[in-house]
Design a protein around this ligand. Structure first.
Ligand code: F6R
Length: 245
């Protein structure tokens, strides 16, 4: 573990999404077989909006790549608009032509969420691991659905959701609110070659400061990312307003 600041890139709010999309498109252009894990939620929405054009500009394509979904709610029917797989399809996958060679999600409709976690990890192993994981930052410091209290060794698993995570699902029409999910573990996230933590807006300023300047602790799972040599934090002006010098 290190207490040093990670690679921190700060953009204006206007430039932030294009910067992330252009950086990601550059990765696909350099490595057509890129294996990347992607989040849902509100943070990446403008990035995913910008990605098809960024790919065209970079001469890149996802046609030979593998895209892995970071996490999923349990107890929600297939196709529900709040489901993470539905969100990522709507926000990105359905807008990419050609489609990614592989879109790997949690098979939570088979009735055995533990088996879904085992299968997701096996699918990641089968493609040779993850090159890059993009993450949003929960207001409580969660990463994926790795809620406060999660150690760095925690594996892909079924989790109970924190109250703020349940409420967030309501923004996408979840009713009743989900109480459980499945998430790529901290261990599997930290096993990726590179991690980009995407943070935008003043709402995240306090928790970003806690994650980067506070103690490295399972109480703030995002702080555990600081032990990763390939961590890059890509934030906008508003999100860094509480960071120390
Ligand atoms: C979503 C996910 C969550 C979100 C986080 C931030 O797949 O894993 O950890 O990234 O809750 O959510 P937003 O971006 O909506 O603020």
């Amino acid at each position: 573990m290190t207490n040093q600041r990670p690679d921190l890139r700060i953009l204006s709010a206007a430039a932030w999404a294009d910067h992330v999309a252009d950086s990601l498109a550059g990765r696909f252009a350099n490595d057509p077989g890129l294996r990347v894990c992607l989040p849902t939620g509100s943070t990446p929405v403008p990035v995913y909006d910008a990605l098809p054009r960024a790919l065209a500009g970079a001469g890149g394509s996802v046609g030979r790549s593998a895209i892995v979904l970071l996490d999923e709610y349990l107890d929600m029917p297939a196709g529900h608009p709040a489901r993470c797989d539905t969100q990522l399809r709507r926000m990105l996958i359905d807008r990419l032509a050609p489609a990614p060679a592989r879109f790997i999600t949690f098979d939570v409709d088979g009735g055995d969420p533990v088996a879904a976690c085992v299968a997701l990890d096996a699918a990641i192993d089968a493609i040779g691991g993850l090159d890059l994981v993009l993450l949003g930052l929960g207001v409580n410091g969660h990463i994926g659905m790795n809620e406060p209290g999660t150690p760095a060794q925690a594996e892909t698993r079924v989790v109970d959701l924190a109250p703020t995570t349940m409420t967030a699902a309501g923004r996408y029409g979840a009713d009743p609110l989900p109480t459980r999910g499945v998430t790529l573990g901290m261990a599997e996230i930290l096993a990726a070659r590179e991690i980009w933590l995407l943070v935008s807006g003043a709402r995240k300023a306090g928790i970003l400061a806690g994650s980067l300047d506070g103690p490295i602790t399972p109480d703030v799972p995002a702080s555990l990312l600081r032990g990763h040599p390939g961590l890059r934090v890509i934030a906008d002006d508003a999100a860094v307003s509480d960071l120390g010098a």
